[in-house]
Structure formats: C-alpha cells, structure tokens
Design a protein around this ligand. Structure first.
Ligand SMILES: Cc1cc2nc3c(=O)[nH]c(=O)nc-3n(C[C@H](O)[C@H](O)[C@H](O)COP(=O)(O)O)c2cc1C
Length: 105
C-alpha cells in the first residue's frame, strides 16, 4: 500500500501524533495510523481513538462512594490516552451491590 492521501493525513493528524507518542517503536515500523488510533463518532461524541477501558469492579468504594483509588486507577488510564473510560458496576441501591465495596449512584 502507498502513502495515505493528504486529506486523510490532515484529518487524522491528531491520531497520528497520539499513535507516534503512545507507541513510538510500533509507529517507527508502521508509519501509517492503524484504525485503533483513528477517531470514532458515536452520535454527538467523537472519541479521539478507539481505545476504551472496560468497566472493572474494584471493590474499593467507601459506602458506595468512589475513593482516591478510583481517581488514580481511571485517571491514569485517561491520561495514558484511552478515549473512553468506563466506571465499574454502579448499583442504584445498596442491596443491589455485588459486594459492600461496590459503587453506588
Ligand atoms: C459493570 C461491569 C463491570 C465489570 N467488571 C468486570 C471485572 O471486574 N472484571 C472483569 O474481568 N470483567 C468485568 N466486566 C467485563 C469487562 O468489562 C468486559 O466487558 C469483558 O472483559 C469482555 O470484554 P470484551 O467485551 O472486550 O470481550 C465488567 C463489565 C461490566 C459491564
């Protein structure tokens, strides 16, 4: 495959930069952006890439409230470049939680 057309490079410049910043060794071998690093539009929201963090139960809530652990755990994923970070299972009432350490709403 040849070089990507100019309009594509212009449209995905940010993705290219993220691609090169996040995984420089891979970018060096594959200068063209992989689909993972291209934007994804879902209705009114455009994710800057397709890296999404699945919800993961952390069993670290305090009476249903998120703690510093959540700030660091989810925050570091967001700072690391994931376009979408999902919080864990969040029960509408305390008796619906899987464990006492689960999140409430
Ligand atoms: C609310 C919620 C909480 C989840 N918690 C966990 C978890 O603690 N551990 C885990 O391995 N998967 C958990 N999952 C499942 C993962 O998020 C993910 O959907 C699963 O690993 C399948 O990944 P895939 O859809 O990319 O194949 C949870 C899913 C949801 C919806």
């Amino acid at each position: 495959m040849g070089r990507r057309p100019k309009w594509f490079r212009k449209k995905h410049r940010t993705s290219l930069n993220i691609h090169q910043k996040l995984i420089p060794d891979v970018a060096a071998r594959h200068p063209k952006p992989v689909a993972l690093f291209t934007p994804l539009k879902i209705r009114d929201i455009t994710l800057r890439n397709r890296v999404c963090v699945s919800p993961m139960c952390q069993y670290s809530c305090d009476d249903g409230f998120a703690t510093d652990w959540h700030l660091i755990h989810l925050g570091s994923r967001a700072v690391g470049g994931a376009a979408l970070v999902m919080v864990e299972a969040s029960a509408v009432e305390a008796r619906g939680r899987i464990t006492p350490g689960d999140m409430g709403i």
